[in-house]
Every structure is written in C-alpha cells, then in structure tokens.
Design a protein around this ligand. Structure first.
Ligand SMILES: Nc1ncnc2c1ncn2[C@@H]1O[C@H](COP(=O)(O)OP(=O)(O)O)[C@@H](O)[C@H]1O
Ligand SMILES: [Mg+2]
Length: 222
C-alpha cells in the first residue's frame, strides 16, 4: 500500500541544510495501524508529509498503491492525495466561520460530480462515525477541543480515503479526549480497514498500534 525506498529529505534554506530524513525504507501493508515515535525535530512530520504526497523527497521513491510517484507537479497527484489520503493534525485547522457540517464537506468540494445534497449526506455520515450528529450546525468555537478534533477526523475520512495520516492527533487533548480520538482511529482501522499512520509521543497509545517506527535524527532506529 505504502512503499518508501531510500528516502532522503534535505531542507535547504539560504544558510543551512537540514537532513530531515535519511535512508528511510518503509513498507506499510493495507489495513495496518502503525505509529511513528521519536524526539522533537527527528523528522516525524516530514515522514508523514512524504507519505501523504504533500512534500517531495530529495532522493528515493514513494510508491502508493503500486503507483510510483514520479512527478509532484502533476494534477494527478493532487487528485490521488485528495482521494486516497486523509490528514489529521495536532491543531485542528478548522475554519471558524464555517459550520461543523460545512467544514467536513471541504475535501469533497475538490471532487467532480458530487451534488450538494450528496456532499451533505456524506458529511453527516462521517459526523455520525465520530459521534457528532448533534453538533452539525454548531461552529468550531462552540465545541470542546476533543469535539473539534472529532470534526477534523470526520473531515479527514469524509472522502473515504484508504490511508489516514495523523500527526500527533492527541497532542493538544487531555488523556480522556485523546483516548476517544484513539478509539475512533482504531474503529476505522478495524471496521473500514483504513490504513493508519500516527505520530505520537504517548507510549501508551503507540503500544495499542500494530507496529512502532522509531526515528532519531532522521533515521529509522528499529
Ligand atoms: N519547511 C522546512 N524548512 C526547513 N527546515 C525544516 C522544514 N520543516 C522541517 N524542517 C527541519 O527538519 C527537521 C525535521 O522536522 P520535523 O519533520 O518537523 O520533525 P518532527 O515532526 O519530528 O518534530 C527539523 O530539524 C526541522 O527544523
Ligand atoms: Mg512534527
């Protein structure tokens, strides 16, 4: 499902070069739930962005669903990302003046051939999955942090992506709310067979996943 071969990522700014990832080989099978751990700055977010086709590696190849990614300019890549990958971040990135339902519909606006009522139906279904049907007309500012993250999860899954990438999804939540989000990710993994890659600092959550990938200074250490 996800195949990374000899991935290297160097960030170049005027003065410094940062080797954010080096010699990364990673295979993630369909239906796996893996977590990525490591100290701050070790390359976890960069790895997720490379897997999710948000960022091109400087060396190496990314293969998604058997398709090697050769050009990142391609319109085709934007479509592949929109259809196959859902993202969840530590900060929820909701749009404060859109309702919960409208926030969840956003990824669907880039899909051709969906009517407004179809988009709404899909958004309500996604919100049902995260237990938020009673909040569809609320605005993000009227929700708790945990509820906002559940909206962000609904937005990530509304297009039924095969891969869900979560970058410290519980980092801004207390442990009860974090457990709730973790439970939702586990359900999606189990019931929808969604492949999940989650960055976390919480060893308790990491242990619940099938496999832990550990990074240190841009390299895989296990
Ligand atoms: N856009 C960028 N430009 C330059 N350096 C970056 C950029 N993004 C990340 N880095 C650097 O790359 C390294 C890895 O960053 P990151 O992947 O965000 O680590 P983590 O998510 O594990 O904290 C860090 O040294 C960081 O400063
Ligand atoms: Mg990070």
């Amino acid at each position: 499902m996800i195949h990374l071969e000899s991935i290297e990522k160097v960030y170049r700014t005027e003065k410094i070069e940062t080797l954010a990832l080096s010699s990364i080989h990673l295979d993630v099978q369909e239906g796996e739930f893996i977590s990525v751990m490591g100290p701050s700055g070790c390359g976890k977010s960069t790895l997720l962005n490379v897997i999710g086709l948000l960022d091109a590696p400087t060396q190496g190849t990314v293969t998604l669903n058997g398709q090697p990614i050769t050009s990142y300019e391609d319109r085709h890549i934007a479509r592949l990302r929109n259809e196959q990958v859902g993202f969840i971040f530590q900060t929820f990135h909701l749009i404060s003046d859109l309702s919960v339902a409208d926030n969840v519909e956003i990824p669907l606006l880039y899909r051709r051939g969906l009517s407004g009522s179809e988009r709404r139906r899909m958004a309500l279904e996604a919100l049902d999955r995260v237990g938020l049907t009673s909040r569809v007309h609320h605005f993000p500012g009227q929700l708790s942090g945990g509820q906002q993250q559940r909206v962000a999860v609904a937005r990530a899954i509304v297009g039924k992506p095969r891969i869900l990438l979560a970058d410290e999804p519980t980092g801004n939540l207390d442990s009860a709310m974090g457990d709730e989000i973790m439970g939702i990710l586990e359900n999606l993994n189990k019931n929808e067979k969604t492949t999940v890659v989650m960055v976390t600092h919480d060893p308790r959550l990491a242990e619940r996943t099938g496999r832990i990938v550990r990074l240190f200074d841009g390299r895989q250490v296990n």
